[in-house]
Design a protein around this ligand. Structure first.
Ligand SMILES: Nc1nc2c(ncn2[C@@H]2O[C@H](COP(=O)(O)OP(=O)(O)O)[C@@H](O)[C@H]2O)c(=O)[nH]1
Ligand SMILES: Nc1ncnc2c1ncn2[C@@H]1O[C@H](COP(=O)(O)OP(=O)(O)O)[C@@H](O)[C@H]1O
Length: 213
């Protein structure tokens, strides 16, 4: 048997999509599957909390001056302004997770994805989620019904600009059938975990033992 996965390099799995395409739903499904052993990076944001969200679980909701202080102190791995609010990834928790050889899941936008890719190179695996149609995107935002009319309009307006970023990503999934999209995500994660450069150390040990037999 190969050694446990803790001896391989941790992956940062990034999911991005226009608002309403389903990245939060897919993130939740990934986290609920305990066997996948993924840890969510909890972003800080200056956006108002939605009724379905819990502070410290979905986001840490912070005032703008606290966000600026964290950013200026270098405590954010990346940050961006999205739909008029600030969002950022606290650096410390991510470093702890990766140091344990575990994988970290990010739900961030294309601006943040670019910054993480610059800093982490091949340790970042990026997936872009597309809606099956613009009508369905609108319908999903309306069904979710957790944004004000203004916020919803703003999200739809920005969607075309976000969709145009698809080429920045390693993988693109069209989230039509949810289970199918989830299965595709798992396939991506499993294959990425097997990539040889992430496992050099463990395979080296294994092969040394193999050849000593
Ligand atoms: N760059 C960056 N983007 C983030 C972060 N957290 C969330 N986002 C993105 O901000 C956008 C808005 O997120 P949110 O307010 O939860 O709205 P939703 O996409 O409609 O669910 C989405 O594209 C998120 O992926 C972060 O820490 N950094
Ligand atoms: N494949 C799908 N088919 C139908 N509805 C979906 C699908 N994926 C997500 N949804 C629904 O669409 C809405 C928006 O999804 P959400 O995960 O909040 O999107 P995002 O995080 O990308 O803004 C939610 O009400 C969710 O239940």
């Amino acid at each position: 048997m190969l050694p446990t996965p803790s001896s391989r390099r941790g992956i940062v799995l990034i999911l991005s999509s226009p608002s309403g395409a389903g990245k939060t739903t897919l993130t939740r499904m990934l986290l609920q599957d305990r066997d996948l052993d993924l840890t969510l990076s909890i972003s800080v944001t200056t956006r108002t909390r939605r009724s379905s969200e819990v502070d410290g679980i979905h986001y840490s909701f912070i005032p703008e001056r606290r966000f600026a202080a964290m950013r200026d102190a270098g405590e954010l791995l990346e940050w961006a302004e999205v739909h008029g609010n600030f969002y950022g990834t606290p650096r410390g928790p991510v470093e702890d997770i990766l140091a344990q050889g575990r994988d970290c899941l990010f739900d961030i936008d294309y601006q943040g994805t670019r910054q993480v890719r610059e800093k982490m190179g091949a340790d970042a695996v990026t997936v872009f989620i597309l809606p099956p149609s613009m009508d369905e995107l609108r319908a999903r935002l309306e069904r979710r019904a957790e944004d004000t009319r203004d916020a919803m309009a703003r999200r739809l307006e920005n969607a075309r600009n976000e969709i145009a970023r698809w080429k920045d990503y390693d993988y693109v999934i069209v989230n039509d059938d949810l289970q199918r999209a989830f299965d595709d995500l798992i396939a991506i994660l499993r294959a990425e975990r097997q990539r040889r450069p992430r496992r050099d150390k463990e395979i080296e040990q294994f092969v040394a033992k193999l050849l000593s037999e």
